[in-house]
Design a protein. Structure first.
Lengths: 114, 109
């Protein structure tokens, strides 16, 4: 099991562009959460997907949107990129209905907006 | 709103010395508390959680609801403990995690 995989690992975009980040959860997991980690900060919760629906959302603008597919993989989309969107984006997966709900993290996608 | 506070950004300790990382939280309900660790060039991973009451790699953490704290301790630091440590809480029992800003631990040989 490769665990949680994210792609791409690094990305450079221009202000105003749109970006899509991808996440494949750990085998057996049904829930995907996305986090933004700015330099020197802890991860900040963006949103969580379960059963192909956004179940919870943190304090992020509507420019941040996502999707979960039937195979539980997920995408994070960010429109109209701002310089402040530069960060490490982490995906975490878990099994919501399981006895052990530990969240497993991917390596992250480093997004740089110029 | 929930908040996790880790007051010290950088902690340098000598090998064999005790380590204590402080974590305080504010939350109105009954949260679940965690410590996550990130070693150099590795992904964020769970170190321990308060409900399991385990000692992992010599680390322990006790939830003190009166002081709303979940401090991480290890009596004798090892070089391999050098890493970034994040305290986190979840609520609603659904793995939405709120993280502190993290502590960089450097163990000096």
């Amino acid at each position: 099991d490769a665990g949680v995989t994210q792609s791409p690992t690094h990305l450079i975009k221009t202000r105003g562009q749109q970006v899509t980040l991808r996440c494949s959860p750990k085998s057996g997991h049904d829930t995907v959460s996305w986090y933004q980690q700015a330099l020197g900060q802890g991860p900040q919760f963006i949103f969580q997907y379960y059963e192909e629906e956004e179940r919870q959302r943190g304090n992020f603008p509507d420019r941040f949107s996502g999707h979960q597919f039937p195979n539980y993989s997920s995408e994070l989309n960010v429109n109209a990129l701002l310089l402040g969107d530069s960060a490490l984006y982490l995906c975490a997966s878990s099994f919501l209905r399981g006895l052990d709900t530990e969240a497993f993290f991917g390596q992250g996608t480093r997004l740089t907006v110029v | 709103a929930q908040r996790v506070t880790q007051p010290e950004k950088l902690l340098s300790v000598f090998k064999g010395a005790p380590v204590e990382l402080k974590c305080n939280y504010s939350y109105s309900g009954s949260p679940e508390l965690f410590w996550y660790v990130q070693y150099s060039r590795q992904r964020l991973q769970l170190l321990l959680r308060h409900i399991s009451r385990e000692s992992i790699k010599g680390f322990t953490a006790d939830l003190n609801k009166g002081e709303t704290s979940f401090h991480l301790k290890k009596p004798f630091a090892q070089e391999e403990d050098s890493a970034m440590y994040y305290c986190a809480l979840s609520y609603y029992g659904n793995n939405r995690l709120a993280f502190g800003k993290g502590n960089q631990v450097v163990v000096i040989p």
